[in-house]
Structure formats: structure tokens, C-alpha cells
Design a binder for this molecule. Structure first.
Ligand code: AMP
Ligand code: MN
Ligand code: MN
Ligand code: MN
Length: 281
């Protein structure tokens, strides 16, 4: 078995369709794939053909606020029709639209770029800064994605506009009320000391969170060991996923990251609420 429990489709800031992700997962020998779009579950609201050799797990990645810091919480095994979750995701998507509209207006104040029309032309349900970076590169305002973030979209960028995310507790409770398992996404990507990470994990657990990602793309062995230790110390389950967005990002691919052994005791598939088949080839 091979698990990839974090990736994005074109309904958020991924470049590809759900069908492409599924075929890519199968080609890369993944047996269990969770598609976890930013604040959006559209993938699971439309018909999508899943070949028998793959188990597709309904997921989401919710952006939220904890102590003034943005944290991403992945929800796995969610009922995508659940009421509280639907309500929260609607609000988050609206916040994203408003933030993108503010950025579009700001951009129009010093250029003649029409960002709003570009965003309208995309299949995305959740508008992200990544889409705006793509637009800036397409228009020649930035050389690449990274430069677009640096000059326009990061905290100090010309277009930056803070987002109005829900709080950590709300993200966790909406996942739990949908029967899912809440996971702290890519913990090493927050600018935290070990003490602060443990404080986050303590609040996360207190609020009903269950797991953290300890295996993902671009995680060096030392950082991975630190996360595994924090996971054990806080008695949490361990999850894993590529955070794949696009084949253009050649440093990662679906199922292509150093994961832990499938027989690991605290692997997320041993969580009591994990109900997806363990018997697929
Ligand atoms: P948002 O959720 O709208 O703030 O958009 C954030 C998305 O942009 C993330 O999910 C990443 O995919 C991408 N991203 C964030 N920071 C960077 C960066 N510095 N360079 C390139 N992509 C980034
Ligand atoms: Mn993203
Ligand atoms: Mn994330
Ligand atoms: Mn992600």
C-alpha cells in the first residue's frame, strides 16, 4: 500500500483535473489518495470515475488562524455534505473572493491588468494567491511564481491583503462534525520554535485535532525526525502527503516523498475513525 493524503486539483490552486490526479496516483503506485483542496470539496460533489485499484478519500485543507499565525488543517474522511463544514467552507470561499477582489482593484490602480476577468475564466472555486501569481507571470509582471510572491503577494508585497480565516477551533470542529480526522498540515513550514510548535499541537489536540503530517515533499531527515518526535510526545497520529499542485513543480509528484512504513503504530490509517479499506492491492 502507498498513501498520499494531501494534494490539490484545479478547483483550488492545483493545475490539474481530479481525473488527472487519479491517473497520476495510479501510475505512481499510490493505493490511497486524498484530494485536499484549499477550503473546497467540489471534487467530491461531481461524478468522478475511480478505478478499482485506487481508494479515493474525501479531504479538504482549511486555512485558519491560531495566535495571529496562519495554520493549515487538513481534514480526511469527511462527509462533504455535512452542514457545519459546508457553512464554514462557504464563508472561507467568500473571504477568498473578497480578498482577490481587493487585490484586483489594487493592481488595477497602477496597471491596466484585468485580474478579475482572468479569475472568472478559471475552473477554481477557491481563489488563491497562487492564481494571482500565475496571472502576474502570464502578463510578464513577474519572471516566475516565486518572484510574484516576493514582490506582490507575500506579507510585504504590493498587493498583500490579509485574509479573514476562521480560527483553529472552528476548522477542527467543522472537520470532526463531518466525521473526519483533523491533521496539522506541513508543520515545519510555520516559522515556529519547537516550544511554539508544541504549544500549537497542545491547543490543536485540546480542540479535538488528531494528527500531524510527519512526511511530505522537501522535508529533510532531521526535520522529519523532529516532527516524528513531536508527534510521539503529543500522542498524535502521523499523516503523510505530497502537497502536489502541478507537474510543473518538478521537485514533487503524487506519492513521491519519503514516507514512513505502512505498519507504523500511530499511522493515521490506524485511527479509530479511519474507515477506508486496507485491503486494496
Ligand atoms: P492562499 O491560500 O490564497 O494564501 O494561497 C497560498 C498558496 O500559494 C499556497 O497554498 C501555496 O500553494 C502557494 N504559495 C504560498 N506561498 C508561496 C511562495 N512563497 N511561493 C510560491 N507559492 C506559494
Ligand atoms: Mn496551494
Ligand atoms: Mn498548505
Ligand atoms: Mn496543500
Amino acid at each position: 500500500m502507498k498513501f498520499d493524503l494531501h494534494c490539490h486539483s484545479h478547483f483550488s490552486d492545483g493545475n490539474h483535473s481530479p481525473e488527472f490526479l487519479i491517473q497520476r496516483a495510479i501510475a505512481n503506485k499510490v493505493t490511497h489518495l486524498a484530494i485536499t483542496d484549499h477550503d473546497c470539496v467540489q471534487v467530491f460533489k461531481q461524478p468522478v470515475e475511480v478505478p478499482q485499484e485506487l481508494t479515493l478519500i474525501p479531504g479538504v485543507e482549511i486555512s485558519c488562524a491560531w495566535n495571529g499565525q496562519e495554520i493549515h488543517v487538513v481534514g480526511l474522511g469527511i462527509n462533504v455534505e455535512a452542514q457545519q463544514l459546508t457553512a464554514i467552507l462557504d464563508i472561507q470561499q467568500q473571504s477568498r473572493r473578497e480578498r482577490a477582489a481587493t487585490m484586483a482593484k489594487r493592481l488595477a490602480s497602477f496597471t491596466d491588468y484585468d485580474l478579475e476577468s482572468y479569475l472568472e475564466s478559471l475552473p477554481c472555486i477557491s481563489r488563491t494567491r497562487s492564481h494571482i501569481a500565475n496571472f502576474l507571470v502570464k502578463e510578464g509582471a513577474s519572471k516566475n511564481h516565486q518572484q510574484a510572491f516576493k514582490k506582490y503577494l507575500s506579507r510585504k508585497g504590493k498587493l498583500y491583503c490579509p485574509a479573514n480565516w476562521c480560527d483553529l477551533e472552528t476548522a477542527i470542529s467543522s472537520i470532526n462534525s463531518a466525521g473526519g480526522i483533523a491533521v496539522v498540515a506541513h508543520p515545519s513550514r510555520y516559522p515556529f520554535t519547537r516550544k511554539k510548535l508544541l504549544s500549537l499541537l497542545s491547543d490543536f489536540k485540546q480542540a479535538g485535532g488528531a494528527a500531524i503530517e510527519t512526511a511530505y515533499s522537501n522535508l529533510d531527515p532531521l526535520a522529519r525526525k523532529k516532527l516524528e518526535d513531536a508527534c510521539d510526545e503529543m500522542d498524535l497520529y502521523a499523516s503523510c502527503g505530497s502537497d502536489f499542485h502541478s507537474v510543473e513543480n518538478t521537485w514533487t509528484d503524487i506519492g513521491k516523498f519519503h514516507s514512513f512504513n505502512e505498519s507504523k503504530k500511530n499511522a493515521i490509517w490506524n485511527h479509530p475513525r479511519w474507515h477506508f479499506s486496507h485491503n486494496t492491492p
